[in-house]
Write a protein that binds this ligand. Structure first.
Ligand code: CA
Length: 623
């Protein structure tokens, strides 16, 4: 009976129909009363400090009393809009320092006090009509990753609100023109490494140091001092992207916090939300000093409620989980189930690894190897990445830059590594992201003696493999305009000059940009490159004998009723010599050849063999 009772409780909590046990209801504002409710199973006393504004030291103390579910509650019968609060707890014979609580939804500058406001009043004009753009199949997706500053800070970005949510909203047309479907934005919840009171100093950080998980970052707001402004402007950005038909993926970092003892998770219920070593120190699978414990009931519930909150309140369309391998599989499955109740088309994927070994059994963790055990949760494919351009741990070349060692792994990546992915959409096909070298730099450090012309050919060849893979396509923003980070492979706090996308290259490297654009169009026009399920990939994909370890002939056949083409052939030549490839004798439209691509076709041929130029892809659609 006990097990049944727990099961029912879990169902109620995922659906969040019982508001009394929801973690997200720490502060429910109403014009006649505000209710407070903080969870702690360890506190002996808890209290709220109510402040009249964001700065003053004076406060009113409100004692909280514990209910049967370990929620500490109080109701204040007054209109508290515009006031601020913190919470603190007493246990182990001491009062722990105050914090805004773990589920603050609005804060002061730098997020030290939670703000009380009417969330309805933060909605921009037209928000009630905001809708997720249409999406048919997860493999139709082309994700473009960027950072608010990378995308807007260049003097050539053409935007007025540089470095801000509103600035990103100004450049949406560029993304529509490029053809992507999803924009993944580096952390934009409130993080700790940027002092929001000194924004004029223009410091840069990626933002992987969470402070308030459920509040937008103040540094991207036009006024970080006003609690409503950052919320309204984040919604304006999302609405602008939705209007343009682009979905928004949030980069979420539940695996660790900025620090363990100075943040709300560590202060409200000390140590509970973290994995601890036997000697009492914090486990450190994140490499950032701590790791959270998704396997603890209330940490799991916090993560579930947090993503659901962003999906409902901000209309977020997907979540990319940083170091997902630190979380346990069961948590990821429950997150998937909870988001399905809101909208099954919301994406979930993440990094199926950790920085160091987490303090939890490996076989239970959401590691890439176990992706198939978490249906509809994807993982980044370091298999296809390392095979195409080389591993981040050395400077070797990859298949696309002349090294045949990874040829088998490129082939596995093209069919979305079924041995771990389960379904193709769960395989995130990519070669670069914010981590490690950008593509230009990666090819420069490994193919140093080649000419720029050759390196550009390698660049296009590698990205072609990503965009014809049966997995979900992922591109690092700015690769299409040949961005460089000047050899810096970890630019998390490098200045804007390193991290900005150089928009002036849009013209200088127009040929590269147009190739990316054409390849995205080719992927989106041909269902054969995104068959959608593992069974169909098995049935329709074959590799023809290339008789050369630097050449792959990837053929998707029997496409009647699936694609306008009867079959598709992609020949990837990773060698420095032109090669002849034998193909089935037929009439073909040539979609890509000799580092050029066009969705309408470059040429038409009737042939049983084709010449593929050095470091290039030929793509044929049978007519
Ligand atoms: Ca912040």
């Amino acid at each position: 009976m006990r097990n049944i009772a727990i099961f029912i409780l879990a169902i109620v909590c995922v659906a969040c129909t019982n508001k009394r046990i929801c973690m997200e209801n720490e502060c429910i504002y109403g014009s006649h009363q505000t209710q407070f409710a903080f969870w702690s199973n360890a506190a002996e006393q808890m209290e709220v400090r109510l402040y009249n504004d964001a700065q003053t030291a004076d406060f009113e103390t409100i004692a909280l009393s514990k209910d049967a579910q370990d929620f500490w509650r109080a109701t204040v019968k007054a209109d508290l809009a515009g006031k601020f609060y913190t919470v603190r707890s007493f246990q182990n014979g001491q009062w722990y320092a105050e914090s805004p609580g773990i589920f603050a939804k609005a804060t002061n500058v730098n997020g030290t006090r939670a703000a009380i406001l009417d969330m309805q009043a933060t909605n921009p004009e037209g928000w009630q009509n905001d809708q997720r753009p249409a999406m048919k199949d997860p493999t139709d997706i082309v994700i473009y990753e960027t950072h608010v500053r990378d995308f807007t800070m260049s003097p050539n970005s053409g935007v007025d609100h540089k470095g801000k949510f509103l600035g990103l909203a100004e450049r949406v047309d560029y993304l529509v023109d490029l053809g992507i479907t999803h924009l993944q934005i580096l952390p934009f919840f409130d993080y700790g490494s940027i002092d929001e009171t000194t924004l004029a100093n223009n410091k840069y950080n990626w933002g992987y140091d969470p402070v308030n998980y459920n509040v937008p970052e103040g540094g991207y707001s036009s006024d970080p001092y006003d609690p409503a402004t950052r919320i309204r402007e984040a919604k304006q950005m999302i609405m602008a992207l939705h209007k343009a038909g682009i979905r928004v993926v949030m980069d979420v970092v539940y695996n660790h916090t900025y620090n363990a003892e100075g943040c709300a998770l560590g202060r409200v219920v000390p140590q509970y939300f973290y994995r601890m070593n036997e000697d009492g120190t914090y486990a450190n699978g994140s490499g950032c000093g701590n790791e959270t414990a998704s396997d603890h009931e209330m940490m799991r519930r916090f993560m579930i409620e947090s993503v659901c909150y962003w999906a409902r309140e901000y209309h977020i369309d997907g979540f990319r989980f940083d170091l997902m391998g630190i979380h346990d599989q069961e948590t990821m499955r429950q997150i998937r189930a909870a988001l399905d109740e809101i909208d099954p088309s919301i994406l979930t994927y993440g990094e199926g690894w950790a920085a160091m070994a987490p303090a939890y059994p490996y076989e239970e963790l959401a590691m890439k190897q176990w992706t198939y055990k978490m249906p509809r949760v994807g993982a980044f494919s370091d298999d296809i990445r390392n095979a195409l351009i080389g591993s981040p741990f050395d400077h070797e070349r990859g298949f696309a830059s002349g090294n045949p060692a990874g040829v088998k792994d490129v082939m596995r990546g093209l069919i979305a590594c079924p041995e771990w992915s389960g379904e193709p959409a769960q395989h995130i096909s990519y070669i670069t992201c914010h981590d490690n070298y950008c593509l230009r730099d990666r090819i420069e450090v490994s193919a140093t003696n080649e000419t720029e012309e050759t390196r550009l050919r390698m660049n296009k060849l590698a990205q072609t493999a990503v965009l014809v893979s049966q997995g979900t396509s992922f591109l690092y923003g700015g690769e299409e305009v040949y961005r460089t980070k000047r050899g810096i492979d970890n630019s998390f706090q490098s200045p804007d000059s390193i991290n900005i996308i150089p928009w002036e290259n849009r013209d200088r490297y127009a040929d590269l940009h147009d190739y990316y654009q054409a390849m995205i169009a080719i992927r989106r026009a041909h269902k054969g490159f995104r068959l959608g399920c593992a069974e169909a990939v098995k049935e329709h994909v074959e590799f023809l004998d290339a008789d050369n370890e630097q050449v792959i002939i990837y053929r998707i056949k029997d496409l009647e009723g699936i694609d306008d083409a009867k079959s598709l052939i992609v020949i990837l030549n990773g060698s420095e010599k032109a090669v002849e490839a034998e193909i089935p004798d037929a009439q073909y439209a040539v979609l890509a050849q000799d580092a050029k691509a066009n969705v309408q076709g470059l040429d038409k041929i009737k042939a049983d063999h084709v010449t593929v130029e050095p470091y290039s892809a030929t793509i044929l659609a049978e007519e």
